[in-house]
Write a new protein. Structure first.
Length: 470
C-alpha cells in the first residue's frame, strides 16, 4: 500500500473532523458523526473498488462471454455495499467470477467478514442481541434467521486446523464423555410434512460431548486445568459421535505409544461403548459425583454418609454387607419402598464395581462441568429452542473454539482452470494452463498470483459445490 496516499486520506479526513469540531458543541457528537462519515466513505470506496476489479477481470479476457451486468448489494462490516459486476456464460452454464473471488454465496447477502463477526457474537449472545449489536456497529438491520444462517455458513468451513503437524507421543490418555438434551423447534412446513406421514417430530435433541486431554495441572491459585483439552460435540448419533472422537485423537497423538486410557462416564450405555473406540488398555471410571449421588438418592440421610465412607475406603464388600442389613430391616418393618431402593443400589454397586473402584482411585471429573460451560451455557437458557440444523452447527463451533482453535473464516475457493503469472523479465501477464483431474462446469477465470513465480494449485471441486454454505 502506498503510505503517501494513506497520509493524504488522513489529512483530508482530519479536515472533516475539524469542521465537525467547529460545528458540534459536544465531542460525543463529533465522534458519532465522524464514525458515520468514515463508514460512508468506506462503503462507497468498497463499491467503487469492486466495480474496478470486475473491469480488470473483463480486460484480462476471462473465458466465456459476458451475458449481463448485474447489480448486487452485500452487508459488510461498514454497512451495505452496492456494486455492479458481470455474469459470464460458457458451455451452457453461467458464473460470476467476482462473486467467486470474494467467496460470496448466492444465497446470502452477508460478506465473509460480517459472517465471521456475527458468528463470534452468536457464540455468547442470543440471535436478537447479536442483530442489535451488529446494527449498532454497521448501521444495518439483520434478521434473527440471518444470524442462524451465518452460524451454519461458518460451521461449514470447519476442518483441519487444530491438529498439530507432528503427532505427540503419549503414554496415558484421559477422556470424559456425557450428553445433554436441548429443546428443538420445527418449521411449520416440517410439522405439516410430518403430520401427513403420521410421524411425530422430536421435541428434544441429545448433544453428545467428549473431551480428551493429556492430564491435569494446578496453577498458582490451586485451580486445576486440563492439559491440551479438545472437545468433540455431535448431534448425529452415538456411533458417528464416537467415530469423530476416534478421528480427533488419532490426528493429534501417536496411538501406538498410548498404553492406557482413563475413560470417565456416568454409566450410560451409549457412552460406555466408547471403550471400543479408545486406544490402549481402557480403564472405565465412574466418577465420584454420580456414584455418591446415586447412594444419596437410593438411601436416607442417615445411611448415605456411612456407605460413602466405606466406598471412599475401597471397602465395597463392607458397603454391600451394611446395605443388605438395612434392606432386611426395612423389609421387616414393611417399608418396602426403601427396601426396594436399597436393593437397586446394591445391584448398581455390584454391576459397576470395577468402574466405581477405579473412580475412587483416579479422579477425572464427570464431564458435567464441560457440558455446563461448553454447551448448556449457550443452548439451555430458559425459553430457548433450536432447529436441528442450526443446533448442529452451533455445538460444533462451540466445541471448536473451546478447544483453543480460531473460528474459521469463509475464504476464497480457488476453482479457476487458468491462472495468471507475472513474468519477472517482461513484467507482463502470462497465461498458465493448469491440468486438473476434476470435472469443471464453466466456472473458470483468471487470477492474479500474489507472488511472481507462484502458480495457483491445489484446486478442489467445482464452484457450485464449494459455495453451498446453507
Amino acid at each position: 500500500m502506498n503510505t503517501n496516499r494513506l497520509d493524504e486520506a488522513v489529512e483530508l479526513f482530519g479536515d472533516i473532523c475539524l469542521e465537525l469540531l467547529e460545528e458540534k458543541e459536544d465531542f460525543v457528537d463529533v465522534e458519532s458523526e465522524g464514525f458515520k462519515i468514515a463508514l460512508e466513505v468506506l462503503r462507497r470506496g468498497l463499491g467503487s473498488a469492486l466495480e474496478a476489479f470486475d473491469n480488470r477481470l473483463f480486460e484480462q479476457k476471462i473465458s466465456g462471454q459476458v451475458k449481463s451486468k448485474e447489480r448486487r448489494s452485500i452487508i459488510s462490516l461498514c454497512g451495505e455495499v452496492s456494486f455492479t459486476r458481470r455474469r459470464y456464460t460458457q458451455n451452457g452454464s453461467t458464473h460470476v467470477p467476482l462473486d467467486e473471488i470474494l467467496a460470496l454465496s448466492s444465497r446470502s447477502r452477508l460478506s465473509p467478514a460480517a459472517t465471521y463477526e456475527i458468528t463470534m457474537l452468536a457464540l455468547d449472545m442470543s440471535y436478537q442481541k447479536v442483530a442489535d449489536a451488529f446494527r449498532r456497529i454497521s448501521g444495518v438491520t439483520i434478521s434473527k434467521p440471518s444470524v442462524g444462517e451465518a452460524i451454519v455458513a461458518t460451521a461449514s468451513e470447519l476442518g483441519a486446523g487444530c491438529a498439530p503437524d507432528k503427532k505427540k507421543a503419549l503414554t496415558t490418555l484421559y477422556c470424559e464423555a456425557d450428553g445433554i438434551w436441548v429443546a428443538l423447534q420445527h418449521t411449520k412446513k416440517a410439522k405439516l410434512a410430518a403430520a401427513q406421514r403420521n410421524r411425530t417430530l422430536p421435541r428434544k435433541q441429545e448433544v453428545c460431548l467428549a473431551t480428551d486431554y493429556e492430564g491435569k495441572t494446578k496453577d498458582g491459585r490451586g485451580v486445576v486445568h486440563r492439559l491440551d483439552a479438545h472437545y468433540i460435540a455431535s448431534t448425529d448419533g452415538h456411533d458417528s459421535f464416537w467415530e469423530c472422537v476416534q478421528d480427533n485423537y488419532q490426528q493429534r497423538f501417536d496411538t501406538a505409544s498410548i498404553t492406557t486410557t482413563l475413560f470417565a462416564t456416568d454409566a450410560e450405555s451409549a457412552y460406555c461403548i466408547g471403550q471400543n473406540y479408545l486406544p490402549g488398555h481402557v480403564i472405565h471410571i465412574l466418577d465420584r459425583f454420580h456414584v455418591f449421588k446415586c447412594v444419596r438418592d437410593l438411601t436416607n440421610p442417615d445411611i448415605a454418609p456411612e456407605i460413602i465412607a466405606l466406598l471412599c475406603a475401597r471397602k465395597l464388600e463392607g458397603a454391600l454387607l451394611h446395605l443388605g442389613g438395612y434392606r432386611d430391616y426395612y423389609r421387616s418393618a414393611h417399608n418396602f419402598k426403601i427396601a426396594k431402593d436399597i436393593q437397586k443400589l446394591m445391584k448398581y454397586l455390584v454391576k459397576w464395581q470395577d468402574a466405581i473402584l477405579a473412580g475412587i482411585i483416579f479422579s477425572l471429573g464427570s464431564c458435567e462441568g464441560s457440558n455446563a460451560h461448553v454447551i448448556a451455557a449457550r443452548t439451555k437458557t430458559c425459553g430457548r429452542s433450536w432447529s436441528p440444523r442450526r443446533l448442529s452447527a452451533l455445538v460444533g463451533l462451540l466445541a471448536w473454539t473451546h478447544s483453543g482453535c480460531d473460528l474459521p473464516k469463509i475464504r476464497r475457493h480457488q476453482v479457476q482452470v487458468l491462472g495468471l503469472r507475472q513474468s519477472p523479465d517482461t513484467a507482463c501477464i502470462e497465461k498458465v494452463s493448469l491440468d486438473l483431474d476434476r470435472k469443471t462446469s464453466g466456472a473458470t477465470y483468471y487470477h492474479q498470483a500474489t507472488s511472481t513465480d507462484e502458480l495457483v494449485a491445489d484446486l478442489s471441486s467445482s464452484w457450485q459445490d464449494n459455495y453451498k454454505f446453507i
